[in-house]
Design a protein around this ligand. Structure first.
Ligand SMILES: C[S@@+](CC[C@H](N)C(=O)[O-])C[C@H]1O[C@@H](n2cnc3c(N)ncnc32)[C@H](O)[C@@H]1O
Length: 259
């Protein structure tokens, strides 16, 4: 199903950076990906990896630091629609691979090498058609390839902003959640493992900090609603002078050999 899921991360770069600085989401995600990083590296001498929706490359930098693969083993490709972030990521990540990093705003229809490892960390919310993208990514996997996906669903604290805001606007959430991915994987008969990852978000409780998280979560849609009720949604998470919440997202592990 096609959704109007586009979100311009170029326009909310500083707010997204604030979110990243307040949370251990990346660290907990990496801990949970660890066994699969080892699996990908142990199974093959050369690794053709795609980071789909790499942003500025910080997550892949952590991922590849943990993998510690020799640069002559890695061929790295990136997909990221925000040009400045994509170029930044290619520069940042070049030290992990001897070969020049290929990077595109969208996955090319032809000519991209099959990938041994596809990583998509908190990206699939924003693709226009989840089924189409999932099929493209699976078609891009090598016969023994591995795909690692992180995506949050309705049990995630931040999704409450989408729930509240789009309900108040009388619209369905335009983004894809882990529940949508569950349904799409089931409909397509794609075998996978699914794990729950716990993480926390903590920052000094000021109006501006609450606004930063709202701008990250709602982007353009924020201007369509009165702000105060949205700011009040943080009240449940006040601990002293901090906003402090523990929450979860899901990891999906798809092995091409099981398809
Ligand atoms: C929450 S950020 C995650 C960035 C990075 N994967 C990380 O973990 O730090 C989501 C990223 O998905 C990108 N994105 C949005 N729509 C996309 C699409 N249709 N295809 C690929 N990436 C997309 C955004 O530009 C943004 O960089």
């Amino acid at each position: 199903m096609t959704k109007n899921a586009a979100k311009d991360f170029g326009a909310i770069e500083a707010d997204y950076d604030f979110f990243i600085a307040t949370t251990d989401e990346a660290e907990r995600g990496l801990d949970a990906f660890s066994p699969y990083i080892d699996e990908a590296g142990e199974a093959r001498q050369s690794i053709r990896m795609l980071d789909f929706g790499c942003g500025g490359g910080d997550f892949s930098a952590k991922f590849l630091t943990q993998a510690d693969w020799s640069p002559d083993r890695l061929t790295l490709s990136l997909v990221e629609p925000v040009e400045g972030q994509r170029i930044h990521a290619a520069d940042l990540l070049q030290r992990f691979a001897d070969k020049p990093i290929a990077h595109w705003p969208a996955l090319p229809e032809t000519g991209a090498t099959p990938f041994d490892l596809i990583l998509s960390n908190h990206v699939l919310y924003y693709v226009p058609d989840l089924e189409v993208t999932l099929k493209q990514l699976i078609a891009a996997l090598a016969p023994d390839g591995l795909m690692l996906i992180a995506l949050a669903g309705r049990t995630n604290s931040l999704i409450r902003f989408w729930d509240y805001a789009f309900d108040a606007m009388g619209k369905a959430i335009p983004y894809h959640l882990s529940e949508d991915l569950d349904q799409t994987l089931a409909r397509l008969g794609i075998a996978h493992d699914r794990e729950t990852v716990a993480y926390s978000m903590r920052f000094p409780d000021t109006r501006e900090n609450r606004m930063k998280i709202l701008r990250f979560a709602l982007a353009d849609h924020l201007s369509e609603l009165p702000t105060q009720p949205l700011l009040d949604l943080f009240d449940d998470w006040v601990k002293g002078d901090q906003i402090d919440t523990r929450t979860v997202f899901s990891h999906y592990i798809i092995r091409a050999t099981n398809l």
